[in-house]
Design a protein around this ligand. Structure first.
Ligand SMILES: Nc1ncnc2c1ncn2[C@@H]1O[C@H](COP(=O)(O)OP(=O)(O)OP(=O)(O)O)[C@@H](O)[C@H]1O
Ligand SMILES: [Mg+2]
Length: 446
């Protein structure tokens, strides 16, 4: 069922003289239409009906299902609906939609929650805005892109201190399920120094959406955020649209000169939605059931994040699910290759109650050398070395097999370990500003 507001706007966009098509097939996610010219990417409305008669009338209830053209063969166009298709019948009318209207955006979008089509779902009425939102922002010439040269303060000690990120950097947050990706994302959302935060909750559990908005964001966090929601029960097309919408919204505010942080939870669900669409269209599966096109479309999406030519910036953090804690998962692998860094969360740390469970040794920020000062980089390198040394003897200690005095560097690592551990631990409601963190990192080694 489509909302009344959408129906009114979209029916207004149906040109009177355009011939309508007919629905000739529906199997799984894919609908087939014929009888009118439809272009790929074009939206259309399909007549649906049910036997339900509104009280006091004779006519069965009619409604319109919004769909998008995803492919064609000969005279048949393949469509995919945005919502669950109910009440479709052979021969149902298919109306092509001429999109004359753009979504209008402005500062009024801050504090609002929308779906993948940009419709408000928070019950707060119409979205204001006086500038058209470009759904496919032009590609930025890589030579004219603003470089990543300023640190991004995310308010997490382990990241600010040892894996410093830069404004305009795109990183992955990789972990198996339930290791703490969403909780860490919440911590980052609340504490990052940015003008605007765009959050995409893509393909995650419906229950978590409310939890994230009420608990992780809170009133203050929501005031500077735009949240785009497409939970797991939405159609794959809606999940794709929602992810792309997040990128367009973030690019819009960036081009207005603002510092924007884009958070996508999760990139894996986006890849899975792409997989569903590609498989339905008959593309053969390759790695782990993912058709090859998924891996060429992921870089395209990620490249649309990052800085533009103007003074604004757009940093992005994508969560990536390592199924079965498998760091060789094809989406994890691709994300690692196309992003400017990855933060790996470890189940072993989470099981020990070490939160945030960031595995510093396995993580890397490819922009740290561009944005962190020399003394900090040196201190971070030393701390990582000490951590590696401590890991070598960690298991020997409870057995009494570690004898101090054999290696002074290891003894130092063991002596400093409680301080290093205290530095890395952080409560979910504790902020850790960059300046304080860097000072504490230097003190740690003093
Ligand atoms: N910083 C933390 N402090 C205390 N507990 C935490 C922390 N981070 C995560 N947890 C615990 O781990 C659980 C799972 O965390 P979270 O939902 O963030 O995992 P996830 O990686 O997003 O999982 P999924 O892959 O299923 O989405 C939380 O419900 C919480 O109990
Ligand atoms: Mg999660």
């Amino acid at each position: 069922m489509i909302s009344h507001a959408l129906r009114r706007v979209e029916l207004g966009e149906v040109p009177v003289a355009t011939p309508t098509g007919r629905l000739i097939g529906a199997s799984g996610l894919l609908l087939e239409a014929t009888g009118c010219t439809l272009r790929t990417g074009q939206r259309c409305l399909i007549e649906t009906g049910s036997d339900h008669r509104p009280e006091g009338t004779e006519a069965p209830l009619r409604d319109w299902l919004a769909a998008q053209v995803v492919g064609f063969r000969d005279q048949t166009a393949y469509l995919m609906p945005f919502k669950k298709p109910d009440g479709l019948a052979a021969g149902a009318r298919v109306l092509p939609v001429v999109e004359r209207t753009h979504l209008m955006i402005g500062p009024q979008w801050l504090g609002r929650i929308v779906n993948g089509l940009g419709e408000p779902i928070d019950g707060l009425g119409r979205l204001g805005g006086d500038l058209p939102l470009n759904m496919s922002p032009p590609k930025v010439n890589p030579l004219r892109k603003r470089p990543v040269d300023e640190p991004l303060d995310v308010g997490v000690r382990a990241i600010n201190g040892l894996l410093t990120l830069g404004r305009g950097q795109r990183v992955g947050l990789m972990a198996g399920s339930g290791v703490g990706k969403s909780v860490l994302l919440g911590l980052i959302t609340r504490n990052t120094v940015a003008d605007v935060v765009v959050v995409g909750l893509i393909g995650e559990r419906g229950r978590e959406v409310r939890e994230f908005i009420e608990l992780s964001l809170g009133e203050a966090g929501l005031a500077r955020a735009v949240v785009v929601v497409a939970p797991a029960d939405e159609s794959p097309l809606m999940r794709l649209r929602a992810t792309e919408l997040c990128h367009s919204i973030a690019a819009h505010y960036r081009d207005q000169g603002q510092h924007v942080l884009l958070l996508i939870d999760s990139l894996t669900r986006y890849a899975m939605a792409r997989r569903e669409v590609a498989l339905a269209l008959g593309e053969p599966p390759a790695t782990r059931g993912y058709p090859p096109s998924v891996f060429s479309l992921l870089p395209e999406l990620v490249e649309s994040a990052g800085n533009g030519e103007g003074p604004g910036s757009m940093s992005a953090i994508y969560t990536v699910l390592a199924e079965g804690d498998d760091q060789q998962d094809p989406v994890v692998d691709t994300a690692r290759a196309i992003l400017d860094g990855h933060i790996v969360l470890s189940r072993a740390l989470a099981e020990r109650g070490h939160y945030p469970a960031i595995d510093v040794a396995q993580s890397i920020s490819r922009c740290m050398s561009l944005v962190a000062g020399r003394p900090q980089q040196e201190a971070a390198r030393l701390v990582k070395q000490l951590m590696a040394r401590f890991e070598q003897v960690r298991e020997l200690m409870p057995l009494g097999a570690y004898v101090p005095g054999a290696d002074p560097a290891t003894d130092r690592a063991v002596a400093l370990w409680p301080r290093i551990e205290a530095f890395l631990h952080q409560g979910t409601h504790e902020g850790a500003p960059m300046e304080q963190t860097v000072a504490r990192l230097q003190e740690l080694l003093a």
